[in-house]
Design a protein around this ligand. Sequence first.
Ligand SMILES: Cc1ncc(COP(=O)(O)O)c(C=O)c1O
Ligand SMILES: N[C@@H](CCCC[NH3+])C(=O)O
Length: 411
Amino acid sequence: MTDSLKCEQIPYCALAAEYGTPLYIYSQQAMTAALNQYQQAFASLHPLICYAVKANGNLSILRHFARLGCGFDIVSGGELERVILAGGDTSKTIFSGVGKSSTEIEFALHNNIRCFNVESLAELARINTIAARLGKIAPISLRINPDVNAHTHPYISTGLKANKFGIAYQDAIAAYQLATTLPHLKVTGIDCHIGSQLTDLSPLIEALERMLLLVDKLAELNIELEHIDLGGGVGIVYQNEDVPDLAAYAAAVARLLSGRNLQLMLEPGRSLIGNAGGLLTTVEYIKQGEEKNFVIVDTAMNDLMRPSLYQAYHNILNVSTATTDEFVADVVGPICETGDFLAKDRTIAAKEGDLLLIQSAGAYASSMASNYNTRCRAAEVLVNGTDHYLIRRRETLSELLANEQSCLKSV
Ligand SMILES: Cc1ncc(COP(=O)(O)O)c(C=O)c1O
Ligand SMILES: N[C@@H](CCCC[NH3+])C(=O)O
């Protein structure tokens, strides 16, 4: 649902008055409910749900998911640091990504993560060497590229052979055979991730079937795996998408895994937090251009990049009480790029000073934000019933500039 935030009675005006805008607002209850849906749908399989930190790595959000029993899917040493600071369990943390640096691998080994999702033979060799130096055995899973079309935006499709991710399907068996010869590795699993914002179940099932063919071939070679990781979660509703039913997904997975001794792992991000968050913004100006109307707001592509980057649709609600007649406009930010838009040709009622809520901005919004145009990062608030908590202060200009200012002397 795009309107998960409505499950809380959110005092938008009061929050805007207290913290200013732009402001990310998250519903704790909506996050819990989204996780419950996974836990209930997959209950019979007792999965390890590893929240994908990249979707939204705010420490308080990570702490909430950690308290609910989640593990974490990380893609950098920075994300591992977040998990640790939030009190997450590193033994439930898996490390994905094609470009893990030696420093990151060492950091992860020191912190005894659950496993590395290894994406190349070169990475296998590097992890083995570092583990040897540290006197450790690194648990590893191989991320296999199943060459399945996830039917999503090309920038977030990851399971095609043209994509940089994973070990090529036809090289998988040889890669496992090699891994078992490396003395500082312990092969524990197999994983794949075919893309994000998936609105169709069939590619997910096809990818699982292809993974299981490999599991069977490996068993014939006496390479027994402990777990299978199916990657990210299902897509969410931004507009009117027909998103997969989790119960149907779980039933198909249960059928395919039945009789096998494989622990299931899942790495959902968007579906746990996307609809639980919104971005509150104030209308600065209404402008009538020669061809178009513009609603100019105080948020921009630096706070929510998805419309500019993927032409993504986000619903926009006017949450101010007195509004005007509707008109058609582009909702744009102050950034000096024509690509800086939050919505195109949207029918909207808005006037200067109104508060607009850009919905479904819990995932890949704050976590992809930048300081472009020297804009300070927005504050974030977590709402729980009648309580709310500031979980990130609005960045100040002096914080934004401090690093470079401290280097000025050296020029
Ligand atoms: C390896 C990996 N795992 C998990 C995710 C999370 O995906 P989603 O947010 O669609 O659940 C991603 C993002 O696409 C990813 O690249
Ligand atoms: N940033 C993307 C999702 C990336 C998924 C990461 N593999 C989005 O907003 O839709």
